[in-house]
Every structure is written in C-alpha cells, then in structure tokens.
Design a protein. Structure first.
Length: 418
C-alpha cells in the first residue's frame, strides 16, 4: 500500500511518572535525526552539568523550566518531527493523577496513543487510568510500549507477563487496535532501530509502526458534515455575486452537484462549486478547508451546518455527555455557560450529573455530583437552541463540545457526546 507522505499522524504519550515518556520521545527525535545541532549541544551541556553519563534524552522534551529542574513533565509539550514517510505531532502528557485534564487535552485529537509500562512494575493503576482515558476519547490505535527491558535482562517472560496482564484488563476498553512492543528508550532498543538484544520479538520497531499505521480509515467518510465558519462576499469585479460558505469539512465527502440541506433552517439546495485558494475542485473531503457555493440563495451564517439531505446530524437541546472538568473552580449548580460545538455557540447549563467515574477503579459514584478539577462524569446538558451533533463514537469533531465560563472566558469542561 502506498502511503501519503504528507499524511500527518498525531500521537500522545502516556504512562506513570518515571516510566520514560520524555526519554522515549527524545530517543525518537534523536535517532530519527530530527533535532538541530544547537539543541543537541544545549542538552549535552545541561546533561554534563547534571553529572549524567552521556546525553539525557528527556531534556529534548521537558521544555518547561520547572520540568527541567524537577525532572518531570507537567504541561502538555507538543513536538513536531518528520521522516521521509510521514509527518508527526507528539503530545507529551504528564503522568500524575492531578494532570488528568492535561492528558484529555493532549489526547483529544490523537490518532494513536503510546502507553508506557515499566517492565519491572507491570500494569499499574496509572496504566489503567491512561488507557481508560484513551478509550474514552476513542483514540483508534493503542501502542503499549513495555519500557526498561534492559533492567529485566531483555527477558521474554517479563514481556509476555505484562502483555497478558494488559490484555485481561483491556478487554473492557473500546479500542479497536492494540499493539505491544518491548523497548528500552534509554538504550534505543526497538525505538527507531531493531533490538539486537531481543531477537525473540518478531514485530517492528516503534517508529516503523508509527510510519505505517493505517489512519485514513480513522476519519468518518460516510457522514458528510460541513460547519460554516464564515460567509465570503468579496464584492470585487470578478466575484460580484459570489456568496461562498467557508469552513473545514468535519467528516464525509462533498461533490459538485450533491443535494444538500442547510441546518437548522432545513432549506435544501445543490452544490454549485467547491472552491479553494488554488482553484475549484470536483470533490472535497475531511479535513479540507474549502468554500462551498450553492445553486439557491439560502440564508446561512456562522454556526449553521451543511449536510447531505439523506444523512443528517441530530438536532438536540438535551445532550448526554461524558464531561471532563478542567477548571480550578468547582462547578456551580444551574450556572449558565457558553457551549461550543464545531462553529456553533449557544448558552447551556449542566442539568444533571448522572454519575462520576473513579478513574482508578472505574466505579460509578452516583452520590457525589459536585465537579472538581480532573473529575470525569456523565452529565445531561440543556442548551437554549438545538445543536447539530453526532455521537462522539461516530464523529470526534461534531461529537465534541467545550463549556466556557462567560465571566472569566475560561474553558471549564470538555465533553464527548454519547
């Protein structure tokens, strides 16, 4: 299968503190020659000052000063690198329980999650928590890297034991594709290059898995959704009567001549043209940014949605969501928030918290309905006007929402529509 060399893969890393996430990313960047000489020199100098033997790879990603001093990852650090086969964005997320919200943020757009497990400790609570969040966010591919194999003498028995532990627990998760790789991020085994110490492992190194991961089918190509961001009226001589609806296709495919419906108005028309900066197209698909013109003059504005006549999103005012509370300040009953879904903004309130999830045991708590930072719950929201939505499982773009506090403009919660 020929891979699209421009294809972008977003992946997130997760694991317990000191499982070696930052070292793994540093190794990926270093061994794939994706780091500038001056960065290598700066990190080499810092490593020598700290008295390390050789270069401390974790320093390539621990960009925040606090992290460098404490040797831990606090915020979500984004890193970009390219190989001849693919472009990558890495979200390096923190492992501590108090940074659950950071992991939710970093993982929300990821195609894959790399979960690190310490070969000495096996599957622990934080492994389960991070895998659960990856499952909740519907990340399609999970790569379990069993790290620090050099500390268990590269033994296959240690690897096999963790694989069976993880498989037993992950049977409850909604992840389609789980892969396992034994690695040593510190020594470089099975990260970019195949390990000479683990000839018993027949699989590919991590970078090869990331370069060849099939992600085209992760985008929903069936449900055509086009949230309108703005209306283009150039008023220039060559475009005197031009009225285009610009935005980014959330999912599906639109073709010239397709019968479409504008929501929430319900008026129907046909696509007259699909325009881009480089010229007109016969068809366009997610996640392309385009301008669509229609044969009929319909009143459409920002926040409206163009969809296929025979395949429409649901229009809901009462919305069932899984919510992650992001704010320092706890939730207040009956408070009005601004809800944002694609380009649509409405007023909304949390009508009811059905249950909170204990992300250590996955137990449901129906008694305590207050929401504090990092809490994950199932809740019912009520909006002033209907939103055009799909379930998050079918569409991660039209199925996600955020809540914003009108007084502070702070994003207080992120949600996935059930």
């Amino acid at each position: 299968m020929k891979l699209d060399t421009n294809q972008l893969l977003r992946f997130t890393t997760a694991g317990s503190v000191d499982d070696g996430k930052s070292t793994l990313i540093g190794r990926l960047l270093y061994d794939s020659k994706s780091i500038f000489e001056d960065q290598i020199e700066a990190v080499t100098t810092t490593s020598e000052r700290k008295g390390h033997d050789g270069i401390d790879l974790a320093l390539f990603t621990d960009g925040l000063k606090d992290e460098r001093e404490q040797g831990i990852t606090i915020d979500v650090a984004y890193r970009y690198f390219t190989t001849p086969k693919r472009k990558f964005i890495i979200a390096d997320t923190p492992g501590h329980i108090q940074y659950t919200r950071n992991m939710v943020t970093g993982a929300s757009t990821a195609n894959a999650a790399i979960v690190l497990v310490d070969a000495r400790h096996g599957v622990i609570e934080q492994t389960k928590r991070h895998s659960f969040i990856a499952s909740l966010l519907q990340i399609p591919h999970l790569i379990v890297c069993i790290n620090k194999m050099d500390l268990v003498d590269f033994k296959q028995e240690a690897y096999d034991k963790i694989v069976s532990q993880f498989e037993e627990f992950s049977s409850k998760l909604l992840v389609r594709d789980i892969r396992f790789i034994p690695i040593s991020a510190l020594k470089g085994d099975n990260v970019v290059n195949r390990s000479e110490h683990m000839t018993w492992f027949q699989g590919a190194p991590l970078l090869h898995e990331l370069e060849t991961l099939h992600i085209s089918s992760d985008i929903n190509k069936v449900d055509a959704r086009f949230p309108v961001q703005t209306v283009l009226r150039p008023q220039s001589k060559e475009h005197l009567d031009y009225r285009g609806y610009a935005g980014r296709i959330s999912s599906g495919i639109f073709r010239k001549g397709d019968e479409v419906i504008a929501l929430p108005s319900g008026f129907t028309s046909k696509i007259k043209s699909i325009d881009t900066f480089d010229g007109e197209l016969e068809s366009a698909y997610a996640p392309m940014s385009v301008s669509i013109t229609l044969e009929d003059d319909i009143d459409i504005s920002r926040g409206d949605m163009i969809a296929k006549k025979n395949n429409q999103p649901e229009m809901l005012q009462d919305i069932d969501v899984m919510l992650c509370w992001l704010a320092d300040k706890p939730s207040q009953p009956r408070t009005k928030y601004t809800i944002m879904n694609t380009t649509n903004e409405q007023k909304a309130m949390i009508k009811e918290v059905i249950y909170k999830i204990d992300i250590n045991s996955f137990d449901r708590n129906k008694e305590d309905t207050s929401l504090a930072m990092n809490d994950i719950c199932r809740a019912k929201l009520r909006t002033v006007k209907p939103l055009m939505v799909d379930s998050y499982r079918n569409n991660r773009v039209t199925g996600s929402i955020i809540l914003v506090d009108d007084n502070t403009n702070e994003t207080v919660a992120a949600g996935m529509i059930i």
